[in-house]
Write a protein that binds this ligand. Structure first.
Ligand code: AMP
Length: 456
């Protein structure tokens, strides 16, 4: 992948080697085998500082190579000759999401292939006991989300008294997710003398406050300007009625050559609903969000990465930390409330030097949010003309009549039992799209050529 030209626009390209950063041969071997030749900017800057024992405040988001930036030097520090190896963990990496935890733990295993280091991944939604067993056997590095970590503290299945290095990864996201109290509780359990590394894509006042209480004389690294990826992403906004968004999205997916698309909704419920609707429109879709079981989340991500699904519908939080390479298109089905989140979202495409497309579907009530985003970007987002979208096969006021004719008596009985009793909605899903009962999979538009050339 081409990291070193365009990805870090505005950064000087060090073009240095991993060798020159002072890493030991076992780590260099793992890195080389993994196919990395040149450190990314965050790695070039962070690795020597972490090796020197400094605290670090790094402004770097997912996609910059930050994980190796802290993992490699940590692996070196804890496997240095003469360093004690107690049973209790010596490194704690706190992350906001399960996916990020799994990814970081995988990175530790990858880069630590040739050094004697063990890692335990701790997050909710999966069994407690296997984690407790792993901790009992002894582990060097714990990668954890805050809630489950505190469960282990409460159950006395973990002792944090030997932690010598703390990493707060995606600290801004952890605060956004309301983890600040958990973090403060965890900090109280750690030995005061330790090395602290903090990574955050954005710097709010809360982040600064957390950093100032946590970090001692930190080295500050700013590798990617907040809007660095934006130069690589073509952005368009569609001004569209809220009720037309779903049809527009289905149409766009069908009539583009994106291959795959990551779609953001604001709520978990919205993600579920949209996923179902896309599937009804004949588009393979899966949802990924915090209410899904871990196995469902893992499967959705694996299916997406494996190209088995076309649209991954995600909430903000779930999508953070997802490392999906070469994603051609991100759609903001709903705009985020916080303008910075827009930048994070569209940073999912145009990664690693490739170009991407970011589309936003903006309803009238979201125009203010769009303005805020444009203010943050310092320029307007180009409006795209709405394409002609074909009509659904069944017009809104028809389905009840059709259903009366075709549906078997059990369905009629079921419908009569419903509260409102109107014909049509699937699974009682009352979201404004319920008129399209007749919309069988693949239903309303794909084969209709009129939809492409005329206004719908
Ligand atoms: P991260 O920001 O840590 O999530 O890393 C983003 C992606 O960059 C991951 O897929 C890494 O495997 C990849 N990566 C990290 N460091 C390098 C490097 N030096 N050269 C090429 N790819 C890298």
């Amino acid at each position: 992948m081409d990291w070193h030209g365009s990805l870090q626009a505005g950064e000087e390209n060090h073009c240095m080697s991993f060798q020159s950063l002072g890493l030991k041969p076992e780590l260099l071997r793992a890195v080389t085998e993994h196919g990395y030749t040149i450190p990314t900017p965050v790695q070039a800057r962070a690795i020597p500082e972490v090796l020197a024992g400094r605290d670090l405040l790094a402004g770097a988001q997912t996609g910059t190579g930050k994980t190796a930036g802290f993992t490699l030097p940590i692996l070196q520090l804890i496997t240095a000759p003469g360093v004690e190896r107690p049973r209790n963990p010596r490194v704690l990496v706190l992350v906001p999401t399960r996916e990020l935890a799994a990814q970081v733990a995988d990175s530790v295993k990858t880069y630590g292939k040739y050094v004697p280091v063990s890692v335990t991944c701790i997050f909710g939604g999966v069994g407690f006991n296997p984690q407790a067993d792993s901790l009992r056997r002894g582990t060097d590095i714990v990668v954890a989300t805050p809630g489950r970590l505190l469960d282990h503290v409460q159950q006395r299945t973990i002792d944090l008294g030997r932690i010598g290095i703390l990493v707060l990864d995606e600290a801004d996201r952890m605060l956004d997710m309301g983890f600040i109290r958990d973090i403060r509780r965890i900090l109280k359990l750690l030995p005061p003398k330790r090395q602290n590394l903090m990574f955050s894509a954005t710097y709010s006042d809360d982040i600064r406050e957390l950093a100032s209480g946590l970090l001692h004389d930190p080295v500050t690294i700013e590798v990617a300007r907040r809007n660095a990826p934006i130069e690589l992403v073509t952005q368009h906004a569609f001004e569209v009625r809220k009720d037309d968004k779903r049809r527009l999205l289905s149409h766009l997916i069908r009539n583009s050559d994106w291959g795959q698309v990551l779609v953001f909704t604001r709520t978990k419920h919205g993600a579920n609903r949209l996923t179902k609707q896309l599937e009804d429109d004949g588009i393979n879709a899966s949802a990924i969000h915090g209410n899904k079981s871990q196995s469902a989340r893992t499967k959705a991500l694996a299916d997406f990465k494996g190209g088995r699904i076309t649209a991954l519908v995600a909430t903000e939080v779930a999508a953070r930390g997802l490392d999906i390479n070469q994603l051609p298109c991100v759609v903001n089905y709903e705009l985020p409330n916080v303008p910075e989140d827009y930048v994070h979202r569209i940073g999912r495409t145009g990664r690693a030097g490739s170009t991407g497309v970011a589309l936003s579907l903006v309803a009238a009530e979201e125009r203010g949010l769009l303005k805020d985003i444009e203010r943050l970007l310092g320029r307007p987002i180009q409006r795209a003309q709405l394409p002609a979208i074909s009509e659904p096969p069944v017009r809104p006021n028809r389905p009840a009549a059709r259903e009366e004719r075709y549906v078997d008596p059990r369905a009629v009985a079921q419908r009569n039992g419903r509260q409102r009793g109107e014909g049509g909605p699937r699974n009682g899903n009352s979201n404004g799209y319920n008129q399209r009962r007749g919309g069988h999979p693949g239903g309303y538009s794909s084969g209709r050529s009129s939809g492409r050339s005329q206004r719908g």
